[in-house]
Design a protein around this ligand. Structure first.
Ligand SMILES: [Ca+2]
Ligand SMILES: [Ca+2]
Length: 195
C-alpha cells in the first residue's frame, strides 16, 4: 500500500504506515510481518503486543535471552527505504536514551537518531533516519533505548517507511514548467484566432 506523504518522503515520496492496531493484547510472537516489514528482537527472543503511550497497540521485546534485559528490536524492510520514522515510548517510567539506527544491506551504518528522555516521560516520541540521496538505501533499522532500567524497556508504534520503489505520482518540476508553457501557448493562439 502506497500512501502519498510528500512532507515526509520528499518530492517523489510515498510512505507506508504500520500502526500495529490489529494485534491482540496480550500476545507474544517471534516475528511480526506487515506491509513488507518484518519485526523481531535482536539476538533472539520474542516480541509482545502492548499498549503504547498513545493508548493503541504497539510492540516491545520480551525478557528471555537475558532474563533481566529487554533486547533491542529490529525491522527488516523488504523493498528497502529512503526514510524510516518510528514512535518510541516508555513503559518503565525511567530516564533513558531512545535510539533508531539505520543500516544498508551490507550492514554499513547509514544514519542514526537518538533522544534522551526523563523519568516520568510517558509520551510517544518520533525518531527518524534517512538514506543518502540515490542510495545505498535502508535495508533494516535497530531501535530501542539505552541507559534505563531493564535494558530496552520501551514500546514502539507508528512505524513509517518511504520506499524507493513506490511509483511517484508527482510530476518533476521540469514537466510542470513545460506543461504551463504549453497551456499558455494554446491560450495565446486561441485568443489570436478570436481577434
Ligand atoms: Ca498503534
Ligand atoms: Ca524504560
Amino acid at each position: 500500500m502506497c500512501v502519498l506523504l510528500g512532507t515526509w518522503c520528499g518530492v517523489a515520496g510515498a510512505a507506508v504506515t504500520i500502526n500495529f492496531n490489529g494485534l491482540s493484547i496480550p500476545s507474544q510472537f517471534p516475528t511480526y510481518t506487515n506491509s513488507g516489514v518484518t519485526f523481531s528482537a535482536v539476538g533472539g527472543g520474542d516480541l509482545q503486543a502492548v499498549l503504547t503511550p498513545n493508548t493503541t497497540a504497539g510492540i516491545t521485546s520480551t525478557l528471555g535471552i537475558d532474563p533481566a534485559v529487554f533486547p533491542f528490536m529490529q525491522a527488516v524492510i523488504a523493498s528497502e527505504a529512503t526514510h524510516v520514522y518510528i514512535g518510541l515510548g516508555d513503559f518503565d517510567t525511567d530516564a533513558e536514551t531512545l535510539f533508531l539506527n539505520a543500516f544498508d544491506a551490507s550492514d554499513n551504518p547509514l544514519d542514526s537518531d537518538d533522544l534522551p528522555t526523563d523519568t516520568g516521560d510517558a509520551s510517544l516520541h518520533t525518531l527518524s533516519v534517512s538514506a543518502p540521496l540515490g542510495g545505498p538505501y535502508i535495508s533494516y533499522v535497530i531501535f530501542g533505548a539505552t541507559g534505563g532500567l531493564d535494558g530496552s524497556s520501551v514500546s514502539a508504534d507508528e512505524f513509517v517507511y518511504c520506499s524507493p520503489t513506490c511509483p511517484s505520482v508527482i510530476p518533476a518540476p521540469g514537466a510542470i514548467l513545460l506543461g504551463a508553457i504549453g497551456v499558455g501557448l494554446v491560450g495565446h493562439l486561441r485568443r489570436r484566432r478570436t481577434l
